[in-house]
Design a protein around this ligand. Structure first.
Ligand code: NAD
Length: 371
């Protein structure tokens, strides 16, 4: 199969969908890999490295889309790319169709096959192509939070680890899933006093078993949250209710309970945030202050660390890319139920219920495409 990897042209997106290691695997399986010139630069991979791995470099995005049978990307196509996608072409990337009606209509019109990273779903209902980015964001939440706790960056002026004779800072993590677990581990590693709250007792039991002694688990409820925010230096929002807006666990009124210079990093901002006053920010202008509380609400945190994020993402995507290239999308999806759940749009038809519901579109039977 001819696999094409364009440059990501969405604002501030520095990742690339394949690494030289991935190219080696594809070429070993007799596939042709076309990489747009400079596509790997912001993630630390040169064109020469891709060529040494066996890829061909093409100068323009138009040539990549025109030649490839499968396009592998990171972010959803943006308006400039809509017209480049061809009938019958397989596009494997994050789409997030439910948040963009124009994208949904453009992909329907293209008659391409759209396989979305975010809905590839394993039998245990986990989302293998979302987990790596949650791991990055969770770990980064502490790095960013620690930074904005510094006085010149508007924080309280607290060093999370403390020093001999001075107690460490206090970190409250709301939600003990992937993001929350990684955040708690990083904060604990710095020596902070960490509290993780979750509504799931089974999850708290697991966390209690695996976390070091400076991490305490507490059931998430309004009473416990109100108490904890009075003394927390850094609060990480990491809750998720699948398919729904994140609940407002910290309301505007509750900000007054916090001490000036407290930092909140609301990682859940992409689902509306779990702190009422959070609204999405960007890496250019990541924070704002309300009632003396520093809010960090960047919606694409992994974009700031493309070296790490590209490797983390491609470690997870490559096995699926190989299956798709080796077998074609139909056979690969027929043999792998997790991959089949990634199919959102096939040849002008919506085949994923969430997308049909989001834009009130007719839902087609996926099985019709497999007979
Ligand atoms: N901003 C970014 O760049 C970025 C990057 C990756 C992920 N995220 C987002 O981070 C959020 C968390 O993702 P995840 O992968 O950790 O999800 P997850 O499903 O692994 O974990 C969510 C946890 O929240 C808990 N929860 C639900 N309601 C709660 C409540 N009221 N109080 C406390 N805990 C509650 C759940 O029990 C679960 O353990 C998602 O919204 C995700 O989209 C954002």
């Amino acid at each position: 199969m001819i696999v094409g990897v364009p440059i990501e042209i969405k604002n501030n997106e520095n990742r690339v969908a394949i690494t030289p290691a991935g190219v080696v695997e594809l070429v070993k399986n007799n596939h042709v890999v076309l990489i747009q010139k400079g596509a790997g630069e912001n993630s630390g991979f040169t064109d020469d490295e891709f060529v040494s791995a066996g890829a061909k470099i093409l100068p323009t995005i138009e040539e990549i889309y025109a030649s490839a049978e499968m396009i592998v990307k990171v972010k959803e196509p943006i308006a400039e790319e809509y017209g480049l996608i061809r009938k019958g072409q397989l596009v494997f990337t994050y789409f997030h169709f439910a948040s963009s009606e124009p994208l949904t209509h453009a992909m329907l019109k293209s008659e391409a096959i759209c396989l979305a990273y975010e809905t590839v779903e394993s039998a245990d209902r986990s989302l293998p192509l979302l987990i790596p980015m949650s791991e990055v964001a969770g770990r980064m939440a502490i790095q960013e939070g620690a930074k904005y706790l510094e006085k010149p960056l508007k924080g309280k002026g607290v060093l999370l680890g403390g020093v001999p004779g001075v107690p460490p800072g206090k970190v409250l993590v709301l939600g003990g899933g992937i993001v929350g677990t990684q955040a708690a581990k990083m904060a604990a590693g710095l020596g902070a006093k960490v509290v993780i709250m979750d509504i799931s007792l089974p999850r708290l039991r697991v966390l209690n078993d695996i976390m070091p002694a400076n991490v305490v688990t507490i059931l998430s409820n309004e009473y416990n949250i109100k108490n904890a925010i009075k003394t927390a230096d850094l609060i990480v929002g990491a809750v998720l209710i699948p398919g729904a807006k994140a609940p407002n666990l910290i309301t505007r009124d509750m900000l007054k309970l916090m001490r000036p210079g407290t930092v909140v990093v609301d990682v859940a901002v992409d689902q509306g945030g779990c702190i009422e006053t959070c609204k999405p920010t960007t890496h250019e202008d990541p924070i704002f202050i309300i009632d003396d509380v520093v809010h960090y609400c960047v919606a694409n945190m992994p974009g700031a660390v493309p070296y790490t994020s590209t490797l983390a993402l491609t470690n997870a995507t490559l096995p699926y890319v190989l299956q798709l290239a080796n077998k074609g999308w139909k056979n690969a999806c027929a043999e792998n139920a997790a991959l089949k759940r990634g199919l959102n749009v096939i040849a002008g038809k919506v085949v994923y219920q969430g997308v049909a519901d989001a834009w009130n579109l007719p839902m087609s039977k996926i099985e019709d495409f497999f007979n």
